[in-house]
Design a protein around this ligand. Structure first.
Ligand code: ACO
Length: 434
């Protein structure tokens, strides 16, 4: 039992609840005995004050704008490391040495191909399907193809499932894109690095030589690193909840992809770019700022605000620099969208409404501009996010499965419906039931 306790008085009875300290961040009040001892649940819609698990993977201090993967600041990983190293770090807890990195990299390359039958699966979709709908389905379908990595009680199978996911998701994402635009699938090229291979599978065509632009590859690699994990966000919590029932890892990741798709989560980068295009020019900005502040208008400034960050999202700063480097490489010195974004950011950062509510640019604010500049259509933005986040999901899933205290996730509720009543026969029912 922890030395610190919190006293809670319910109906005259006082309970001593243990206060548990993490290595950083707020301590938590352990309410697990609450129901047994008091007959009450806690109520916390949106989990604004609830820690759902213990984790050693990612730490965020939203007030200070800090993001650490396994203790390493995101800025240092993004500037000095790379995505493959980040994957190793998230999965294993430590940065790889040279030999470990090489070995991990070769394992990931070994699994890049999808089962040939898989390509037929794509052909069942409408050509105009949103690539995210194909991703949700094809991630789920992986469980139908890779049976030998579905036993979640076997350490080796869990590792193989993780490698397969990280290796195959770029191939799958590129196929979803190629199918969507009606171009032939491009097989993976294991002579290339992870990001270079993905760019080739997306943008090469069989009739022409394709050369990867190193500035673009570096930009995308950094974007993947920035999105690799973000502790217990909605999609990660979805993966953990799905996995808590013992569901297979690919099915759990498919659930995470579905959750990520929403515009309040991973879909925000797509929504943000559309908003910037809608604003169009700097002179329209005041109109949109006024709309964002109007409580009677559902409009929100996309790419602004975050449940956890009440300061500048550290990823947004890095994303702004990537944006500059990609536009410079393209020889674009005056991109209207980038200019609108910079101006919007300046205005929002000095506006009383945004200051008071601590609304700062989040990672999605600049990412849409970069991804568009790299040649991706908006419908692919969330797919790229899912690709990068899959390593975080699988690392969090593994941590949960390997936790001896793991239980099925089963939240409770405050019931506000009818009390018990008797069944009414059809001809005695007065009102039509819609
Ligand atoms: N524009 C205008 N006002 C906003 C915005 C915004 N983008 N975000 C929050 N607010 C206001 C709300 O209206 C609310 O005002 P009120 O207190 O007067 O009612 C207050 O700020 C708090 O907002 P909540 O919705 O309660 O905050 P919550 O933590 O639940 O939401 C969220 C966070 C969903 C990210 C929200 O800020 C939002 O919708 N942002 C735009 C979408 C976006 O960019 N999402 C990406 C998140 S990052 C990611 O998933 C990778």
């Amino acid at each position: 039992m922890s030395e610190k306790t919190a006293n809670l008085a319910v109906n005259g009875k006082t309970m001593n609840l243990a206060v548990l300290d993490g290595t950083m961040g707020p301590s938590v009040i352990d309410v697990t005995p609450l129901y047994k001892e008091s007959g009450h649940f806690t109520y916390d819609p949106g989990f604004t004050s609830t820690a759902s698990c213990q984790s050693k993977i990612t730490f965020i201090d939203g007030d200070k704008g800090v993001l650490l993967y396994r203790g390493y600041p995101i800025e240092e990983l993004a500037e000095q490391g790379d995505f493959i190293e980040t994957c190793y770090l998230l999965l294993n807890g430590e940065l790889p040495n040279r030999a470990q990195k090489q070995e991990f990299s070769s394992i990931i390359k070994m699994h890049t191909m999808l089962h040939e039958q898989f390509s037929r699966f794509f052909h069942g979709f409408h050509r105009n399907s949103h690539p995210m709908s194909i991703m949700v389905a094809s991630l789920g379908a992986m469980s139908a193809f890779y049976h030998d990595s579905l036993d979640i009680t076997d350490d080796r199978q869990r590792d193989i499932a993780s490698f397969r996911l990280i290796s195959k998701i770029p191939t799958m994402a590129a196929m979803a894109y190629k199918y969507h635009i009606g171009e032939p699938f491009i097989y993976p090229d294991n002579n290339l690095g992870y990001v270079e291979n993905f760019l080739k599978m997306c943008f090469a065509v069989p009739c022409e030589e394709y050369k990867v632009n190193p500035v673009f590859a570096h930009a995308l690699d950094t974007i993947f690193t920035l999105h690799a994990d973000h502790e217990q966000n909605a999609s990660t919590s979805t993966v953990r909840l799905a996995g808590s029932s013992g569901a297979n890892p690919f099915a759990c990741i498919a659930a995470g992809v579905a959750c990520l798709w929403g515009p309040a989560h991973g879909g925000a980068n797509e929504a943000c770019l559309k908003m910037l295009e809608q604003i169009g020019t700097k002179d329209h900005i005041p109109e949109y700022i006024a709309r964002a502040k109007d409580h009677n208008d559902p409009f929100r400034l996309m790419g602004f605000g975050h449940r956890v960050y009440k300061n500048y999202d550290p990823r947004a700063r890095i994303m702004q620099n990537i944006c500059k480097s990609v536009l410079a490489e393209l020889g674009v010195h005056h991109d209207p969208l980038f200019e609108v974004a910079m101006e919007l950011e300046q205005i929002a950062l000095t506006d009383e409404y945004f200051i008071e509510k601590k609304l700062y640019p989040n990672v999605d604010f600049y990412s849409g501009i970069v991804l568009k500049a790299l040649g991706f259509p908006t419908s692919m933005f969330t797919v790229l996010f899912a690709l990068a986040r899959s390593v975080g999901w699988i690392a969090q899933w593994k941590e949960m499965i390997e936790d001896p205290q793991q239980k099925i996730g089963r939240p409770r509720q405050l019931y506000t419906g009818h009390t018990k009543r008797s069944y009414v026969l059809m001809d005695k029912r007065s009102r039509a039931i819609s």
